[in-house]
Design a protein around this ligand. Structure first.
Ligand SMILES: Nc1nc2c(ncn2[C@@H]2O[C@H](COP(=O)(O)OP(=O)(O)OP(=O)(O)O)[C@@H](O)[C@H]2O)c(=O)[nH]1
Ligand SMILES: [Mg+2]
Ligand SMILES: [Zn+2]
Length: 364
């Protein structure tokens, strides 16, 4: 159960929508709602009338060109509701922000993690999960999504003060304009500072690897267990109640939190804008390179390479940038190839329907 009391649209973040007047002009047949859970093409949608189990119309399904044309958690949709508690989604409203990554195991395609998110809580645990290269990856997908990131370092109870200071210094050396909140879900230390940034009607998406404490954090903020959390099995070392779907929850203070399954891969898709913000210093320095299309790898007169040599730009950050930039280029190439294949296939189908093909040969 995502919500247990009568809701109004404002509780779902409605006031925060840039074009909310569009939604209010419904003709009575449809109601606006927000997708709270997505599970194998079944959705739980919250509306002012309550919670509905929903599917998309056949029309929406057939006209969908890619997965992005299907609803995602956080989406605002127009739906027709039935007394049985079932509803049909007719339309997805334009998204003001979309967190995406490259779909795991499917080069050149993107997967939506959540839509209409204001702020992402990037969780990393202070123990062995901690990895700054990965933090930069998450930052890149957040900036590309137009979502404000904050970094949350969990499990601080597993580290002593000195270790925590070192870890925070390490982050600061590479990332200096993102707030960092060290917390423990066990002792709830650091919670009061984190709670201060959670405001009513805004939507927060919790991101991070499996086992870092995303669901535990949301449960603790809710003050009770609304999500199952993983108990690590001693024999298999794997989580037993690991989160397997995205899920939106409205908190007592009115903030809206989206839990997500742990990510093993944070693949970079078309995230040129995200890279430019995450690696701002590299991009700024790059303006002084001799060649305007400098890739900062081995070119003569490269200002970035010089800054790396001089220690002005962190070498690990630079290496991570090159790796992600390569990934981005590879994504774009594969996506373009995929697109071209689909286009050719679409044309073939069209020609076939027009009777241009007989025995595999075109007849004009
Ligand atoms: N010591 C300590 N343990 C924690 C902390 N936060 C979470 N845990 C434990 O870590 C395990 C995993 O927590 P979850 O909240 O399920 O992790 P998750 O990020 O939701 O994992 P996925 O759903 O698999 O993505 C549980 O056994 C928690 O009790 C923390 O701050 N300190
Ligand atoms: Mg979880
Ligand atoms: Zn250069």
């Amino acid at each position: 159960m995502v919500v247990e009391r009568d809701m109004i649209l404002e509780d779902l973040g409605f006031d925060n929508l840039p074009e909310k007047s569009k939604y209010e002009n419904s003709d009575g047949e449809f109601v606006p709602g927000r997708v709270a859970i997505e599970h194998k093409e079944r959705y739980v949608v919250l509306t002012a009338e309550g919670e509905f189990e929903a599917e998309v119309t056949g029309n929406l399904r057939f006209s969908a060109k890619s997965r992005e044309d299907f609803p995602a958690v956080g989406d605002w949709v127009m739906l027709k509701t039935f007394d049985s508690g079932f509803a049909v989604i007719h339309k997805i409203y334009s998204r003001y922000s979309v967190i995406k990554r490259e779909a795991a195991g499917e080069h050149g395609t993107q997967q939506i993690i959540a839509a209409n998110i204001d702020c992402a809580l990037i969780l990393q645990a202070a123990d062995r999960d901690f990895n700054i290269n990965r933090l930069e990856r998450y930052l890149t997908i957040c900036y590309e999504a137009k979502v404000t990131p904050v970094i949350v370092i969990s499990k601080t109870d597993l580290r002593d003060q000195q270790e925590m200071t070192l870890l925070l210094d390490e982050i600061r050396a590479r990332i200096n304009d993102v707030p960092v909140f060290p917390i423990s879900n066990l002792t709830q230390s650091g919670y009061s500072q984190l709670k201060e940034i959670l405001s009513a009607g805004k939507t927060y998406c919790v991101l991070g690897s499996s086992g870092v404490g995303k669901s535990t954090l949301i449960n603790n903020l809710a003050g009770r267990e609304i999500l199952r959390t993983s108990e690590i099995s001693e024999s298999t070392k794997k989580g037993r109640h690991t989160t397997n779907r995205r899920e939106l929850h409205i908190q007592q203070n009115g903030s809206i939190l989206v839990d997500t399954p742990g990510m093993r891969e944070v693949g970079i898709a078309d995230a040129a804008g995200g890279l430019e913000i995450t690696f701002g210093e590299i991009f700024r320095t790059g303006k002084e390179c001799r060649f305007s299309d400098c890739r900062h790898i081995h070119e003569k007169g490269c200002a970035v390479l010089k800054a790396v040599e001089e220690g002005v730009i962190d070498r690990k950050s630079y290496d991570n940038y090159l790796k992600m930039e390569k990934e981005r280029e590879f994504f774009e190439m594969t996506a373009a190839e995929r697109h071209e294949k689909e286009r050719a296939f679409g044309k073939m189908l069209k020609d076939y329907k027009k009777g241009k093909f007989v025995d595999g040969r075109g007849i004009e």
